[in-house]
Design a protein around this ligand. Structure first.
Ligand code: ADP
Ligand code: ZN
Ligand code: ZN
Length: 723
C-alpha cells in the first residue's frame, strides 16, 4: 500500500503531497501523523490518503518509519476541510492541518497524564500471610471498594502495598486522567423560554444558516442552550464559538452548570496540558460540546448537530496572522458537511451577514425585546465641543460626572468604556513636533504611567519616558488622547472611596485575570469598571445602571470602510451592559461630532435604519459587500526586496486590466499605512473588484503573487484591519 503524506514543514517547496510505502504489517490509517525519511532527515507528516497504487516510480519510494500516535488525529471531515481551506484561502497544506490539532501535540510537549489504580485480585487473597496487619487492612479496604488510587492506599504504607503487588494480590492499572481547566461554579437557573425564544429554537433546526438578530439582553444564550440540548438528545454534538476570552468565565459557568462534563473548553488561556486534554475528551467523544474562541471551530467532533457563532460580527473571528482564514467560511463548510444548522447570533450583525439575510441566503430569526421585559437603556449624547465652550476641558462631561455621583450614592455600578489602553496615546514635543516612535515599527509609542514607560503596541518594545525632546531639547512635552489608565486614575481622584477596576490587555495578561477582575467588580458596591472593548461584550451584571462612553468618535475616523459599522456595534454592545436587571439603565455617550448619523441610529437602537443607510453608502461608493477588496501585503526586513517584489507583481496584475477592464474598480500599489512593524518594511497592492468575476481575478492575482514571491506575502480579502 502507498500513503500520500503532507510534510509538517513550512517550506514552500514541500507544500504538496509526497508518496511513501506502507510496509507489510504496518498499521497506518488516513489522518495519522507519521515519521518519514526525508532526504537525510526524519520529519513528521500527515497521511492524507492511502491507495494501492502510486503515481511516482515505485522503486524510488521510501517507507514510512512509524506512526507518531496510534490514532488518526485528523478525522475524515478535516481532510476535506483542509482541501477546502487551502484552496479558498491560498494556504499551505501543512499550515492548515496544524490548525486541527493542539500545538502541543506537534512538538511533543504534552504528556497524557495517567494515574495508578490498584485492583484487588480475589483469587490471590490467600497469598497474604497472617502476620502483615497493614496488608490485611489494605485488603479489607479493597474488598469493599474493588479498586483504589495510590493516594487512597497511602494510609497503609508503601511497603505493604508493594508486598501485595509482588504477591499478585493487587494488580496495577493505568488510567488516564484529564486536567480540568474549569471548576463548576454557581448553579444556573433554568428559565422558561418566551415566545420569540421558543420560535427561534423551533426554527433553527434545518441544514441552513440562520442569522439570529436579538437585541442585547434578549436571551440568546438561553436559546443556544436549548438548541444544544435538543441536539444532544438526538445523539449529536455541538460547537459554540464566543469571540473573546473575556466572555469565557460567564458563558462557561452557565454551560457547565447546565451540561456538566459534556462541555469542553478550547482557548488560548489554558495551559498546554489542559488544552490537550480538552481536545482529547472531544476527540474521544467523552465531551460533546466544544466551546471556545475562533480555533474551537476545528474541534475534533464527529456528527456535529449544530454550530453556533455568538457575536458573529466580531473581528476576532477572522484570523489575521498566518494562516489567514474566516471562521464563518469554516463553520459554513462544517455545517454543510454534517448537514446541520449554522446559527450566527448578534445584536448588531455585520453588514455582510444582514445583506445575506436580506437576500435570502441566510434565514433571519429575530428576538426583538429583552428577555426580562425591560427597555433598552436610554442613550444621552453629550456634545463635548459644547463642554469646552462652557469651560469644561476635562475628559468627563458634567452630565457623566453627575450621573456617576448618583450611581455612587445609590451604591450601584457603572462601566466606563474607552477604546484605548495605556495612559495617553502619544508624547509629542510642543516646540518642534517630535513624536516618540518605536525604533522597529512606524507607530507612535503609548505612555503607560504605572510602569512609567513608553510602549509599542505593535511589538511590545518598551522605552524610557521623554522628559525633554531628543530633537530640540524642549521640556514642553504634550500628551495625546486619553487611555484606560488615565481614565481610571482621574476617576479615582473624583471618587476616592469607590472601588475602581480596570480591564484591558495590560491588566489581563495573566491566567484567570479576567475572572478575578470581573468577580471583584461583581462584589463592589458601589463600583466602577473602566475598560476597552473587552467590557463591551456578553457581561451580565445586574447592578450596572450606568454606562459611560468617554470618546465615542475614536473608532469613527479610521480610514476604513467599516468604521461607521464598528462604531455602531461598539455603542450598541457597551450600552447593552446597562440596566439588564431590576434597575433602569442609562448611557452617556460623549462625542466631538455628535451629529454623525451613526449616533442618531445608535441612540435609537435602530439597527435596521442604520443598515439601510450604510448599505446605501456602500453601494454608491462601491465597497463590500457589493464589491470585493483584495490586499496583497508584502513585508520583509529588506526594503529593496519588497519594493522590487511590489513593482514586479503590480505590473503583472495591471495587465489583467486589459482583460477585465472596469471590473477592476481600483488598483494601486503603495506603502502600507504603518510602514514598518517589527522592523519589517510593509508595502501593499490594493484592489477593489466588481463581484461578477471576482473569484476569477482573485485566482489570477494569487497565481502572479505566488509565482514571484517567497514567504513575504499576505493575501487578504476584505481585510478587517488596514494598518
Ligand atoms: P443576550 O446574550 O441576548 O444579550 P443573555 O443571554 O445574556 O442575553 O440574557 C440576558 C438575561 O436574561 C440573562 O440574565 C438571562 O438569564 C435572562 N433570560 C434569558 N431568557 C429568559 C427568559 N425566557 N425569561 C427570563 N429571563 C431570561
Ligand atoms: Zn522638540
Ligand atoms: Zn514596535
Amino acid at each position: 500500500m502507498f500513503a500520500k503524506v503532507i510534510i509538517d514543514q513550512d517550506a514552500k517547496a514541500l507544500d504538496r503531497v509526497f508518496e511513501y510505502v506502507i510496509a507489510d504489517g504496518q498499521d497506518i490509517a488516513v489522518g495519522m501523523r507519521v515519521f518519514v525519511p526525508f532526504g537525510s532527515r526524519i520529519l513528521q507528516g500527515f497521511v492524507v490518503d492511502i491507495s494501492d497504487s502510486c503515481e511516482f516510480d515505485k522503486d524510488k519510494l521510501k517507507s514510512i518509519i512509524s506512526p507518531v500516535e496510534d490514532f488518526s488525529a485528523i478525522k475524515p471531515e478535516m481532510i476535506e476541510l483542509k482541501k477546502y481551506m487551502s484552496k479558498k484561502n491560498h494556504l499551505k497544506l501543512a499550515s492548515v492541518l496544524r490548525l486541527f490539532i493542539p500545538a502541543e501535540m506537534r512538538d511533543g510537549r504534552v504528556k497524557e497524564l495517567f494515574e495508578r489504580v490498584y485492583e484487588f485480585v480475589p483469587e490471590n487473597a490467600d497469598l497474604v500471610g497472617k502476620r502483615g496487619a497493614k496488608q490485611l487492612a489494605a485488603i479489607d479496604y479493597l474488598k469493599e471498594k474493588g479498586r483504589a488510587t495510590s493516594k487512597e492506599l497511602a494510609q497503609f504504607g508503601q511497603s505493604a502495598i508493594k508486598a501485595l503487588v509482588d504477591k499478585g494480590v493487587l494488580r496495577i492499572e493505568k488510567r488516564q486522567v484529564y486536567r480540568k481547566p474549569f471548576a463548576l461554579q454557581e448553579n444556573c437557573k433554568r428559565v422558561e423560554l418566551n415566545d420569540s425564544q421558543k420560535h427561534a429554537v423551533e426554527t433553527m433546526r434545518q441544514n441552513k444558516t440562520y442569522l439570529l438578530h436579538g437585541v442585547t439582553g434578549s436571551g440568546k444564550t438561553e436559546v443556544y442552550m436549548h438548541a444544544i440540548e435538543r441536539v444532544l438528545l438526538e445523539g449529536k454534538n455541538a460547537i459554540m464559538l464566543v469571540p473573546e476570552i473575556s466572555l469565557t468565565p460567564q458563558i462557561m459557568s452557565n454551560f457547565k452548570s447546565r451540561f456538566g462534563d459534556d462541555v469542553a473548553l478550547l482557548h488560548s488561556g489554558l495551559s498546554a496540558g489542559e488544552r490537550f486534554d480538552e481536545w482529547k475528551r472531544l476527540f474521544s467523544g467523552q465531551a460533546r460540546i466544544a466551546i471556545g474562541a475562533r480555533s474551537a471551530i476545528f474541534a475534533p467532533l464527529d456528527n456535529v448537530g449544530i454550530i453556533i457563532i455568538d457575536e458573529e460580527h466580531e473581528q476576532s473571528y477572522i484570523s489575521e496572522s498566518n494562516p489567514r482564514f474566516d471562521t464563518h467560511d469554516v463553520a459554513e463548510f462544517r455545517a454543510r458537511y454534517n448537514g446541520c444548522p449554522l446559527v450566527l447570533g448578534s445584536a448588531t450583525p455585520s453588514i455582510e451577514s444582514y445583506e445575506k439575510a436580506k437576500n435570502g441566503v441566510y434565514q433571519l430569526v429575530e428576538l426583538p425585546v429583552r428577555a426580562n421585559g425591560r427597555e433598552l437603556p436610554a442613550i444621552q449624547i453629550i456634545d463635548m465641543m459644547n463642554e469646552i465652550r462652557t469651560g469644561n476641558s476635562g475628559m468627563f462631561s458634567n452630565q457623566l460626572l453627575a450621573d456617576l455621583a448618583n450611581v455612587v450614592n445609590n451604591k450601584k455600578q457603572a462601566m466606563i468604556f474607552i477604546n484605548r489602553r495605556g495612559y495617553s496615546s502619544f508624547m509629542r514635543c510642543r516646540d518642534c513636533g517630535y513624536i516618540a516612535k518605536c525604533v522597529d515599527c512606524d507607530v507612535s509609542l503609548v505612555y503607560h504611567r504605572q510602569d512609567n514607560r513608553l510602549k509599542c503596541h505593535y511589538c511590545g518594545k518598551q522605552f524610557k519616558v521623554l522628559s525633554r525632546c531628543p530633537q530640540c531639547g524642549s521640556e514642553n512635552i504634550k500628551h495625546g488622547a486619553v487611555g484606560t489608565e488615565q481614565v481610571a486614575a482621574k476617576l479615582a481622584e473624583y471618587f476616592p472611596d469607590v472601588k475602581i477596576l480596570r480591564m484591558d490587555n495590560d491588566t489581563t495578561s495573566t491566567k484567570n485575570a479576567h475572572q478575578k477582575i470581573l468577580s471583584e467588580f461583581k462584589n463592589s458596591l458601589p463600583g466602577i469598571l473602566v475598560g476597552t472593548q473587552m467590557i463591551a461584550k456578553g457581561h451580565d451584571f445586574e447592578n450596572v445602571v450606568l454606562v459611560g462612553i468617554v470618546d465615542a468618535d475614536q473608532s469613527l475616523y479610521h480610514a476604513d470602510y467599516r468604521s461607521s459599522e464598528r462604531t455602531f456595534q461598539l455603542i450598541t454592545q457597551v450600552s447593552g451592559r446597562a440596566g439588564r436587571s431590576v434597575a433602569e439603565g442609562k448611557v452617556v455617550l460623549q462625542s466631538y461630532s455628535p451629529r454623525h448619523y451613526v449616533y442618531k441610529f445608535a441612540a435609537n437602537y435602530d439597527y435596521k435604519g442604520f443598515f439601510r443607510k450604510e448599505e446605501n453608502i456602500r453601494q454608491v461608493a462601491q465597497f463590500p459587500p457589493f464589491t470585493r477588496i483584495i490586499r496583497v501585503l508584502f513585508a520583509d526586513h529588506d526594503e529593496e526586496y519588497v519594493r522590487g517584489l511590489l513593482k514586479t507583481c503590480y505590473y503583472k496584475i495591471e495587465e489583467l486590466k486589459s482583460v477585465y477592464g472596469d471590473e477592476i474598480i481600483y488598483l494601486d500599489a503603495m506603502k502600507s499605512p504603518i510602514k514598518r512593524i517589527q522592523d519589517k518594511y510593509r508595502y501593499q497592492i490594493m484592489m477593489r473588484l466588481k463581484l461578477e468575476h471576482a473569484d476569477e481575478i482573485e485566482e489570477k492575482v494569487f497565481e502572479i503573487v505566488d509565482k514571484e514571491s517567497k514567504n513575504a506575502v499576505f493575501f487578504e480579502i476584505n481585510p478587517q484591519n488596514l494598518s
